[in-house]
Design a binder for this molecule. Structure first.
Ligand code: SF4
Ligand code: SF4
Ligand code: FES
Length: 346
């Protein structure tokens, strides 16, 4: 097949950037990495990019296609060729570009190191025999996080990191959850204390771009949510983000709606509320503040309360609660899809 693509080249010697178009003949099964190899072999040997395994496992070949991060060895080129679209290939975002499609991964690795990505089992001895026994339910809490291949695609698309390069970021925090949630690890509280500091978990804007772009299904945003839930479970709730999360729960179980008018006084205190009064008044004048009395109560709030009470009585707190919720949602989706399929075959 005929494949055309544009590549943002960067020459570190001159500091110049240039968008260059290449057209090559490639087999129909070719992925982006194969096409880059053909360009390098047959057209321009100076093109720089990283690769190793060619099978989506080493994490070396992260780059952007049309502005979104992908693994070059996972991205099929046939759909582009069939559509007559010329994709624009560039280096990953949020990391300094060294040459063409090669980025400096040092900031990525230093954040990974800050997570202390190794087990700290303490001096605990296995209870019986020679091994620690970890149940399936315990493994489920970190099964997605364990799939990370350190490719950096999530970091490339992270909104928070773009505005604050010091933000720990989705990859490092997913790695953090992999160890916080490990039943054998004895340092969960110490780890959570450090992830709750400045540039930590509560600085995530929940844009979900990391989740959308991760090629391995790690779901880093979910990992950050689990770290938040674990922090609150251990009473680490000094950050404003944690206080907001707790107020969301209180709102949901009392009225079924987020009681925004009470959010600032309940989480930031009276002094902050007075400072925000002028802003609140201007919102009220534009009809954007619902009257606090009588409280707006959702029609099915009893269901929300019953659900809260069931989950509470089961004692499934923190990350385990999130995993239980994910499983319940996927079961509902499965049943709905099955019903649609059966409806369609009748
Ligand atoms: S959800 Fe959070 S961590 Fe993920 S990309 Fe958005 S800001 Fe970054
Ligand atoms: S979380 Fe996903 S996108 Fe991020 S580094 Fe790991 S595998 Fe890559
Ligand atoms: S070359 Fe290893 S993940 Fe693409």
């Amino acid at each position: 097949m005929d494949v055309a693509l544009k590549i943002w080249r960067f020459d570190p010697q001159t500091g110049e950037r240039e968008l260059k178009q290449y057209e090559v003949d490639a087999p129909e099964w070719a992925c982006l990495l194969d096409v880059l190899d053909i360009v390098k072999d047959q057209v321009d040997g100076t093109l720089a990019y990283r690769k190793s395994c060619r099978m989506m496992i080493c994490g070396s070949c992260g780059m952007r296609v049309d502005g979104g991060a992908v693994l070059a060895c996972k991205e099929r080129m046939k759909p582009y060729a069939d559509a007559g679209h010329v994709p624009v290939v560039s280096a990953m975002g949020n990391l300094p570009v060294l040459k063409d499609l090669v980025v400096d991964m040092d900031p990525f690795w230093s954040k990974m190191r800050a997570m202390k990505p190794w087990l700290e089992p303490g001096y605990r001895e296995p209870e019986e025999g020679k091994e620690f026994h970890v149940s399936e339910a315990e493994v489920n809490v970190i099964s997605k996080e364990s799939l990370c291949i350190n490719c950096g695609c999530c970091v490339s698309e992270c909104n928070s990191m773009e505005s604050d390069p010091e933000f720990l970021g989705p990859a490092a925090l997913a790695k953090g959850m992999r160890f916080v949630g490990d039943a054998r690890d004895q340092q969960a509280v110490e780890r959570l204390e450090s992830y709750n500091s400045e540039h930590g978990i509560w600085d995530c804007t929940r844009c979900y771009f990391c989740q959308e772009r991760c090629p391995k299904g790690v779901d880093p945003r979910d990992a950050i949510a689990k770290l938040g839930a674990e922090s609150i479970k251990y009473g680490i709730d000094r950050d404003m983000g944690a206080k907001h999360a707790k107020w969301f729960v209180t709102s949901a179980k009392t009225t079924g709606w987020l009681r925004e008018t009470e959010l600032v006084p309940k989480t930031q205190g009276v002094v902050s509320s007075i400072k925000e009064m002028k802003f609140a008044m201007s919102l009220a004048r534009r009809g954007k503040v619902p009257p606090p009395v009588p409280p707006h109560v959702a029609k099915d709030v009893k269901e929300a309360r019953a659900l809260y009470n069931i989950v509470k009585s089961q004692g499934v707190h923190g990350a385990a609660g999130i995993v239980q919720g994910e499983k319940a949602l996927s079961r509902i989706e499965f049943i709905e899809e099955q019903a649609k399929r059966e409806g369609g075959t009748e």
